[in-house]
Ligand binder design. Sequence first.
Ligand SMILES: *Cc1c(COP(=O)(O)O)cnc(C)c1O
Length: 423
Amino acid sequence: MTTTTTSNYFIEIENQYGAHNYHPLPVVLEKGEGVYLWDVEGKKYFDFLSAYSAVNQGHCHPKIIDSLIHQAQKLTLTSRAFYNNRLGEYEKFMSEYFGFDMVLPMNTGAEAVETAIKICRKWAYEKKGIAENNAQIVVADNNFHGRTTTIISFSNDLNAQKNFGPYTGGFIMVAYDNIAALEQLFQTHPNIAGFLVEPIQGEAGVYTPNESYLMQVKDLCNQYQVLFIADEIQTGIARTGSLLAVCGNCNCANQCEQQETYSKPDILILGKALSGGVYPVSAVLADKAIMEVIKPGQHGSTFGGNPLGVSVAMTALEVVYEEKLIQNARKLGHLFRAKMREYIQHSNIVQLVRGKGLLNAIVINDSEHGQTAWNICMKLAENGLLAKPTHGNIIRFAPPLVMTEDQLLECIDIITKTLKEFE
Ligand SMILES: *Cc1c(COP(=O)(O)O)cnc(C)c1O
């Protein structure tokens, strides 16, 4: 095969035999290491998506891969019909790492969100005393929490929702980053059990709320006996320059209890980078009074909490502290936004940069349905950097957190040179 037929071949068989539920950039990857990816022609790229923040620890991190191989040779799956010698250890580790009493292990992000919804509803009936089938969960405008029928029922992305009805009820939408609107809802609806929210809206286009928003959410939830449910599947695990986005400016959830900036949720949802992108691992964390509402037989998953997944996750979380990914994300995030702001001052094509830590986005001066952002991403790929538009005119920039300052400067160079071609 010649070099160009190699890529085309893989693209064509995906097109022919795979459902068309994605619209990928025409790049066929076969290898990853740290911040780099290589395509089947051997071209090297900087990864600026990190599999939607699943690969925070970098591609094929040797320590995480070792952990995977080691456990895979010993025991992979027992189901929860029996105990295994890894799960309890993992639950203890997670509980101490994130500062919650208990963990409920699942596999994908959407499953963990579903789990949180179920816990919240059960809590509403058994603890808060809401009449059965009347519990309401408040969600934010432009949320993204996954793709199940229940989750898309409370999406306002028409593409995600249309013709998948009938929809699941029990959800009320509120404007994101609007504490007055939230309070108004809490005041007027007596049956609200929870508020499910992304601390920074990733898929919507990296919308970072007002600095005091999350703390006000927490206070308001406390005041109205509503569970604050934080979906940190994309923002968690060092991505935004703190262990969790709800940690504010603290480095470590373990010490956050004393920190004034920590808006501790009642239910925390994790996924993606929990396994460093090596294996699907997700989790729901809560304190005992909430988690206890789930009793044997009421919820579960064949693969949830399997020895392979939990071994990988423990190692992936060790890497976060060992390699100081929180501090690195924070430092490089400041540098990235500063450099982009410098560029934007003299730019007609880029309107603004926003984000926190290494979860950032630029807004392109084009309509939401324009092609410019896509064309820029195509050109970025040609120039050796992989990023993808989210919602038409927004490009998300989220490299692995193991990136060095020199590498980031090199990437900023690629980005600004590419943007100049569109001015
Ligand atoms: C990716 C994501 C999900 C869904 O996770 P999956 O593993 O794709 O099911 C849910 N919430 C947020 C905030 C996400 O970014």
